[in-house]
Design a protein around this ligand. Structure first.
Ligand code: HEC
Ligand code: HEC
Length: 235
């Protein structure tokens, strides 16, 4: 058994087995089964990440179903089949009233985030219906705890909720001011009556980056927003 010739023979047989059978089988498994599965998993992971980013950053302007709101709809076939590089450019650098999102351009996202958003926007089959469920709820009732039914919100509180989800992308939370002016202690707001503010919000100043809001809210919602803007002024 210790005959070196026999040992080499076993070794040789093993090498033949390895090269002729095991290795090709492994290659077939790797290339045809494991890699596509890994690629598929990566794709789904990216889309999932894109869904939560979209719910967090994009729904205020493009709508929960990508159906468009103050910004164009994104659930169009034309966008789904667009060159990913073109979408990457618009999302990173912004265009017109569309903010720039890439960190290097002053935004909040890195390039992997933007790739994930594109994977989701172009997902086939489309996954728009999943966005609504991914929108972060501010104060969910903890499981197993008693949460009283909320009493109807005072107008300024209802207005604040709308403001912080729709207007804050430009005016910052509670109107602290960002790319849109500070609305706290704001002379323009103070100079107008409620009717004047209502009229201003209808038409906006699209040429200066303030969208027109006509038709985007009910009159009751406008009255809440106005009550909230008033609450930001010194009494
Ligand atoms: C403050 C509002 C606003 C937000 C928030 C916003 N967008 Fe936009 N977006 C726009 C506007 C307005 C346009 C149209 C720009 C133009 O004039 O061409 C646009 C255009 C686009 C386009 C190009 C559409 C086309 O028809 O070519 C893409 C893609 C897009 N946005 C993706 C996103 C993504 C992804 C996010 C979230 C990270 C986002 N947007 C957040 C306002 C917004
Ligand atoms: C896409 C960015 C954007 C969004 C979203 C936006 N605004 Fe503005 N807003 C602006 C800009 C820019 C101006 C300044 C326009 C100008 O120079 O006259 C402005 C001006 C205003 C002014 C006048 C303030 C002043 O000092 O001139 C009010 C009031 C106002 N916005 C309220 C709102 C409300 C309420 C909402 C949400 C319903 C909203 N804005 C959403 C960008 C935005």
């Amino acid at each position: 058994m210790d005959d070196p010739f026999i040992r080499h023979k076993y070794m040789g047989l093993f090498l033949v087995f390895f090269t002729l059978i095991f290795f090709p089988t492994y290659l077939v498994w790797e290339v045809y089964l494991r890699q596509p599965q890994a690629v598929e998993e990566l794709r789904v992971q990216r889309e999932n990440k894109g869904i939560s980013l979209f719910a967090q950053y994009c729904v205020t302007c493009h709508g929960k179903l990508g159906e468009g709101f103050i910004a164009p709809p994104l659930n169009r076939e034309e966008i789904r089949t667009a060159e990913a590089e073109d979408l990457y450019k618009v999302i990173s650098r912004g265009r017109g009233a569309m903010p720039a999102w890439l960190r290097e351009e002053g935004g909040a996202l890195d390039s992997e985030d933007i790739r994930s958003l594109i994977a989701f926007i172009q997902a086939d089959p489309p996954r728009w219906a999943e966005v609504a469920g991914a929108i972060p709820t501010p104060t969910p009732c903890p499981e197993g705890q008693f949460c009283p039914t909320p009493t109807p919100e005072p107008p300024a509180v209802a207005g604040r909720r709308i403001f912080n989800s729709v207007c804050a992308v430009c005016h910052a939370f509670d109107g602290e001011g960002d790319i849109g002016p500070r609305l706290q202690d704001n002379e323009f707001v103070q100079s107008l009556t409620d009717e004047g503010l209502y009229a201003f919000l209808q038409v906006g100043r699209p040429d200066l980056g303030m969208p027109a809001w006509e038709g985007k809210f009910t009159d009751e919602e406008f009255s809440w927003i106005i009550a909230f803007l008033r609450s930001l002024q010194p009494q």
